[in-house]
Design a protein around this ligand. Structure first.
Ligand code: ASP
Ligand code: MG
Length: 490
């Protein structure tokens, strides 16, 4: 068999007929290179949110509200399916605008059948009024069920040998709805039975991300954004050569290019580094979801479906050598710092537990913690529960809180055990007031808290200090070179 590559396309890469057509072109490109793609797709953009809204409306007994949402989704899917077929056959696409027209009505009776079944569930839910996690999974699973089947058909009419496999036949999970845990051994077996034979015939298998089922056949989901996870499970299960996550960004950057125009694409990054960054603005993917791939040493590439020539970022288990201490600077804004001061009790046992119990009670995750003899400072996302949290904490100690803070996080394997890095960091931003500092236990992350208003300037200063001579093996310096060449010509 040819080398297998799992290609995952997110919601924006399959949001309409134009995007799906572009996606087909990218898949065709891989086939031309002699690779055998297995394609994993998300629901079309925003569909999962709308299905959740429909479920919630039905659960409130707002039957018409729920059905109005699915009516819109039904016409959206039928129109896209119609356009995809018309486009492939070189027919007039405008015929798909007419919801009563023959082309539209003809497009995919199976879509109607799926929506009829979905509406049946919503009517039942509206009558019963109780939305269980099991029914919720059932409803939201339609997004990927529809997108994957539609895209498989689009690939078939485009000469890509597209064939649909329902992920629920392969991605076997436990019964924890909305956050189901995949059963690796069973998944590998099912993939061997149902997917590998098709792939070895040269078929492009298309599967929905995010959805699975229990051994008994009850539909489950892997949690929001779960399609990356599906891609990693499939890639791990079939021992793919690589897993490609197609998004709408050029991979991981050294900083946010909107803040720092000099930002460079990071060509290669370790799994651990990507994991540290993921938590911050770098919304590229959630590394926990690609763990099944990394554990099997399968590289994961983050690529841009609007710019497919770009090589993106390669995430691998062990980072190669890099001359620069850092790979990327991330910033998280809209944070609040909470200072808890207790002169006597702080170090008495059970005290920290009591403090964290308050955060637990309010379901408020804590970002960063630093302690001294008499105080503990914590940062949290600014949210409207903070006054209540502070009130609860003030039963234990004196409490102050202040919003509009930003956390700057600098990540790189090469800071491990290197001397003088902190001095260089704080020298680069010596004009900025630093409130809290932490070097994560992972030793590859240095974070500190500053005023939100100082954040953009701080990132530019740090970027100038640490990415002046970027290692060309690791960062895409070509872009900068041509930009400077252009500037000097002018
Ligand atoms: N459609 C699902 C979601 O929106 C899964 C995914 O897109 O990865 O969360
Ligand atoms: Mg997504």
């Amino acid at each position: 068999m040819k080398k297998l590559v799992v290609m995952k396309f997110g919601g924006t890469s399959v949001e309409d007929a134009v995007a799906i057509h572009r996606t087909a072109g990218i898949v065709a490109g891989r086939r031309e290179k002699g690779l055998q793609p297995i394609v994993v797709v998300s629901a079309m953009a925003k569909v999962t949110d709308q299905l959740i809204a429909a479920a919630n409306a039905a659960a409130r007994a707002d039957r018409n509200g729920a059905l109005a949402i699915t009516a819109r989704l039904r016409s959206r899917h039928k129109e896209v399916a119609c356009r995809l077929t018309a486009q492939a056959r070189g027919e007039e696409m405008s015929q798909c605008n007419d919801v009563t027209g023959p082309a539209y009505a003809h497009s995919q009776t199976w879509i109607d059948a799926e929506f009829d079944a979905l509406d049946e569930i919503l009517r039942g839910l509206a009558a019963v009024g109780e939305l269980t996690p099991r029914i919720s999974d059932m409803i939201v699973s339609y997004g990927e069920r529809l997108s994957s089947r539609m895209i498989a058909e689009a690939f078939a009419v485009r000469g890509l040998d597209g064939v649909h496999v329902d992920s629920r036949a392969c991605i076997i999970t436990d019964a924890q709805h909305a956050k189901a845990v995949p059963q690796d051994v069973l998944i590998e077996e099912k993939l061997k039975e149902q997917v590998l034979p098709l792939a070895s015939e040269g078929k492009t298998v298309v599967m929905g991300g995010f959805i699975g089922s229990t051994e008994k056949g009850v539909t489950t989901t892997l949690g929001r954004g779960g399609s990356d996870f599906t891609a990693a499970l499939i890639g791990g299960g079939v021992h793919a050569e690589a897993i490609e996550i197609w998004t709408d960004v050029n991979g991981i950057m050294t900083a946010d290019p909107r803040v720092c125009p000099d930002a460079l694409r990071v060509k290669t990054i370790s799994f651990e580094e990507a994991a540290e960054l993921a938590y911050f603005g770098a919304k590229v993917l959630h590394p926990a979801t690609i763990l099944p791939a990394v554990q099997k040493n399968i590289p994961v590439l983050v690529l841009n479906s609007r710019n497919p020539e770009n090589e993106g970022t390669r995430i691998i288990s062990l980072a190669p050598h890099c001359d620069s201490p850092f790979k990327s600077i991330a910033v998280k804004k809209r944070l609040t710092i909470i200072d808890v001061v207790a002169s006597r009790m702080l170090m008495s046992h059970g005290y920290l537990k009591a403090i964290f119990e308050v955060f637990d009670k309010h379901k408020c995750p804590v970002d960063m913690v630093s302690t001294s003899e008499v105080s503990i400072s914590l940062t949290v996302d600014s949210n409207d529960r903070i006054p209540e949290i502070a009130a609860d904490l003030s039963r234990l100690a004196d409490v102050k809180y202040e919003g509009r803070k930003a956390l700057v996080c600098m990540v790189g394997e090469n800071i491990r055990g290197q001397n003088g890095i902190a001095a260089q960091v704080f020298n680069a931003i010596r004009h900025v007031n630093v409130r809290m500092i932490s070097q994560g236990a992972s030793e590859i992350n240095m974070s500190f808290m500053i005023e939100e208003d100082d954040a953009d300037e701080a990132v530019r200063s740090l970027h100038a200090a640490f990415f002046e001579k970027p290692d060309p093996e690791i960062f895409e310096v070509e872009a900068r070179k041509s930009a400077t060449a252009e500037a000097s010509v002018r």
